[in-house]
Design a binder for this molecule. Structure first.
Ligand code: ATP
Ligand code: MG
Length: 446
């Protein structure tokens, strides 16, 4: 993409309404524009990152054997009356009446709809296990929408639902989700810690929230710092193996990590003092096993191996896709702007032409642009007639992890400059080598 032809409405001033850094930077970098309280338009740069995050979520869900689909945003109130949640949900639910006077709602979540699909089409244990998921907009009429996309009213969520014949299989689905989530967040450059959360009236150790540590997080968290040493890395997981998934879950759930809702001071105090940490965290996902809570009232049963009709065991598993943009920025920025992890960056590399209009500099930039594009990378070429300082400030603000700077002085010596946004370190090298290095970073072969 050439910046002169792109739509990147960056703001010079700090927007007064933004209280936290991610909200401020998303507005300043021209990623989002508020349409109404808690409702945003996703401008091209923000939309690109949102799509990248979605792609990672899809890839990791499919890898775990979960099946993508898409359910509507508008739902009928009748199903929610059947489950008993229509009245319980309260004012967070946006209720709508159509022209025929039928009650509808903008879905805050999808347990009812998915259970209805299930009961219409599945009747035998032979069709299980089954996990269906979608990535769809949700609406919750939050009393205090704030912090930009972090607590919106309209937000994008991945929600997945597992259907299993018994509790043991459903717990395997729970573990599979935990493992796939660990991989998902790590690919986004995030450390999201699974923390035992409050399971409400159902009880038991059957829900975990994933929290990214950040001062601006809304949850208070308590953890053993040993958990920070755990890395998922590139291990290959046999998702069908109950033992393997359970082992990974054990690894991540053994060090103490809880939110204030489930915090147990006695257990916490048993951790060696230097490892005892209290901090704040952003909830970027939650997994839940809830047994037959929806399948019983909605009559979602299957014939088990003995030919007996039993209600299916279910769980639901959510990732806050749009909230993740804010969480990533909270975890990765400096005073100049955003620092995107390579896994989600909107463009792989910036190209800054220090002297637009200089024949040699222009040609060198065009060649770089073509070479990067040819190996499947997306560069953002700042080809505007602006002074160098302004170009650097824009690149730093929008946070591309790598920048190639091209100017007449370097070209005289046959070099360009490759700079890491994270460390600020630069090296001079030939254009060819710069392309090769960037290609390597992104695992492409030139
Ligand atoms: P919270 O406690 O933050 O209100 P929740 O527990 O009600 O969230 P879930 O039903 O668990 O939310 O939804 C799954 C994920 O969706 C959450 O982990 C979070 O990342 C995201 N999410 C929930 N509410 C919002 C919101 N208002 N804006 C953006 N993302 C949200
Ligand atoms: Mg939650």
């Amino acid at each position: 993409m050439r910046l002169s032809r792109y739509f990147l409405p960056v703001l010079k001033e700090n927007p007064a309404e933004a209280q936290i850094v991610s909200h401020r930077l998303m507005l300043r970098a021209g990623m989002i524009k508020q349409a109404q309280a808690g409702i945003y338009s996703w401008l091209p740069l923000g939309y690109k990152v949102l799509r990248n995050i979605e792609t990672i979520v899809h890839e990791e869900q499919v890898r775990a054997g979960h099946i993508p689909m898409l359910m509507p945003t508008l739902q009928s109130a009748d199903l929610w009356r059947e489950s008993g949640r229509y009245d319980d949900y309260g004012e967070e639910m946006l209720r709508i009446t159509d022209r025929h006077g039928r009650d509808m709602l903008y879905g805050p979540t999808n347990e009812e709809l998915i259970t209805d699909i299930f009961r219409s089409h599945v009747s035998s244990y032979r069709d299980l296990p089954l996990t269906l998921y979608h990535i769809q907009w949700k609406f919750r009429d939050e009393i205090r929408p704030r912090f930009g996309v972090m607590r919106g009213r309209e937000f994008l969520m991945k929600d997945g639902y597992n259907f299993d014949v018994d509790k043991d299989s459903a717990l395997h689905a729970y573990n599979r989700h935990m493992v796939s989530y660990l991989r998902t967040y790590e690919r986004m450059g995030l450390q999201a810690i699974p923390m035992r959360a409050d399971s409400g009236p159902i009880g038991g150790d059957n829900t975990h929230e994933f929290l990214v540590l950040a001062e601006t997080g809304e949850s208070e968290v308590f953890y053993d710092s040993a958990i920070l040493d755990l890395k998922f890395g590139d291990r290959v997981v046999a998702y069908d193996s109950r033992e393997e998934c359970a082992e990974i879950v054990r690894e991540w759930t053994t060090p103490y990590a809880r939110t204030d809702e489930t915090h147990d001071p006695a257990l916490f105090d048993a951790i060696p003092e230097e490892r005892r940490k209290t901090s704040r965290g952003i909830e970027v996902g939650q997994i839940f096993y809830f047994g037959t809570k929806y399948s019983e009232p909605l009559g979602a049963t299957v014939q088990n191996a003995e030919g007996k009709a039993v209600p299916v065991h279910m769980g639901s598993h959510g990732i806050g896709v749009s909230r993740l943009l804010g969480a990533i920025i909270e975890a990765s920025h400096d005073d100049k702007g955003i620092i995107w992890p390579e896994g989600v960056t909107p463009f792989h590399c910036g190209i800054v032409n220090l002297k637009q209009g200089d024949a040699e500099a222009d040609t060198a930039c065009e060649t770089l642009y073509a070479a990067l594009t040819a190996i499947g990378l997306e560069p953002l070429y700042d080809d505007r007639n602006e002074r160098a300082g302004g170009k650097f400030a824009t690149m730093d603000l929008i946070g591309l992890p790598w920048r190639i700077t091209v100017g007449p002085r370097g070209l005289k010596n046959g070099v360009v400059e490759l700079t890491s946004r994270r460390t600020g370190e630069s090296e001079e090298l030939t254009s060819e080598l710069a392309v090769r290095k960037v290609a390597e970073i992104y695992g492409k072969t030139g």
